[in-house]
Design a binder for this molecule. Structure first.
Ligand SMILES: *Cc1c(COP(=O)(O)O)cnc(C)c1O
Length: 375
């Protein structure tokens, strides 16, 4: 069986360095808000090309803390509306809802699976104050277009970069386009801890300071509380592990890119709709390699029988979830169509060319009996 993801193998590469990091943290006996977290923050900020990075507990909290800090500093008001892509992971929307803000779902476009700038502009209403651009599957949203829309309409441009560590357009990486960006460091993400973790990037010093305070009980000085904050911190051990893995992130993204190219060359494009390979100025982090099929469920079954494990990102759109029943009347045909057609194939460093070819062969042997794909 070719597993969808092999985290044991991925992390085994760093075992000796992890052991050394564990010894270092153990010998210091300092586990929260220490040198490792500060060093990771400095290194990740430099990697992304921004002034500040703030380590937090997870990716959802990274987004929540950005929005809470914008509320605290008066740049958002309760009840303001945030534009969110309809086909994203639910956490993007949950962050908005958790802060007493309103979610407005917007359709993606099919070439990138990302927010359609035209649909964004059409969705802007009276109460719209921000755009949450999600770099879904690791591909950057058309950020120059969104930055232009945000500027013309006076909106805050924010990034959900939970799947896009290291993705870039020209020299500018995910995390360096918006007012602030939230990253997840969940184990399966392009930069993953050995547990939960998250990080916020921003060039805005006031925002960074506010988030530092909010993640730590609203306190910068012990037992002095300026705000009603929470507790969401990146611990020393995870930060130490992440520093090791960060050094390998570009190479890992390159390895996934190589697999994407091999898929693009081998898969039958008459029957399967493949993700666009970006031009050379753009780096895709290929968190997921997502194809579309008119007969997706049968294809997934066929692949499983052929020894290939796949997943669906995501099978039920946000407005079809019980948690968002208030959005149940929405009509988002592209989002809904995608939820029925998308299938994620294995893509990770360590997946051999031979295994990739096995996936290709399994897909193409299904495709033989299928009509041409034409949506
Ligand atoms: C993973 C993910 C999140 C949430 O990150 P966690 O670390 O799991 O809380 C948010 N948005 C997107 C797009 C994600 O993929």
């Amino acid at each position: 069986m070719i597993p969808f993801l092999n985290l044991q193998a991925l992390n085994r590469r760093f075992e000796d360095e992890f052991q050394e990091a564990l010894r270092r943290v153990l010998s210091k006996g300092w586990y929260i808000q220490g040198e490792e977290c500060r060093a990771f923050e400095t290194e990740f900020a430099a990697y992304c090309g921004v002034e500040h990075a703030v380590g937090v507990g997870n990716g959802l909290d990274a987004l929540v803390l950005i929005l809470r800090a914008l509320l605290e500093t008066g740049r958002l008001q309760p009840g303001d509306e945030v534009l969110v892509p309809g086909n994203t992971f639910i956490a993007s929307a949950l962050a908005v809802s958790a802060c007493g803000l309103r979610v407005r779902l917007v359709e993606p476009e099919l070439s990138r699976f990302n927010l359609d700038p035209q649909a964004v502009e059409a969705a802007i209403g009276e109460r719209t104050r921000a755009i949450l651009a999600v770099h879904l599957y690791g591909r950057l949203v058309d950020m120059p277009a969104l930055a232009d829309i945000a500027r013309r309409h006076g909106l805050l441009l924010l990034e959900d970069a939970a799947q896009a560590h290291g993705a870039r357009l020209g020299a500018r990486r995910a995390g360096a386009w918006g007012v602030a960006a939230g990253f997840s460091l969940f184990p399966g993400k392009p930069l993953g801890a050995l547990g939960d973790g998250g990080v916020v990037t921003t060039d805005d010093s006031e925002l960074a300071l506010t988030i530092r305070s909010l993640r730590n009980y609203g306190s910068m000085i012990k037992y002095q509380h300026d705000r009603k904050g929470g507790n969401s911190r990146l611990d020393e051990l995870q930060a130490a592990f992440l520093r090791i893995k960060l050094r390998c992130l570009d190479a890992d993204n390159q390895a996934r890119h190589g697999i994407a190219l091999r898929y693009a060359q081998g898969l039958d494009q008459r029957v399967l709709c493949l993700p666009e390979i970006p031009a050379e100025v753009e780096i895709h982090s290929w968190h997921l390699y997502v194809i579309r099929s008119a007969n997706r469920d049968a294809l997934q079954q066929h692949l499983l029988k052929s020894g290939v494990q796949t997943l669906i990102h995501y099978p039920t759109p946000i407005h079809r979830q019980a948690a968002y029943r208030e959005l149940g009347n929405l009509n988002l045909p592209i989002t809904e169509m995608l939820s029925e057609q998308v299938l994620s194939l294995p893509i990770y460093p360590g997946l051999s060319a031979q295994q990739v070819d096995q996936v290709i062969e399994a897909c193409n042997s299904f495709a033989v009996n299928e009509p041409e794909f034409s949506v």
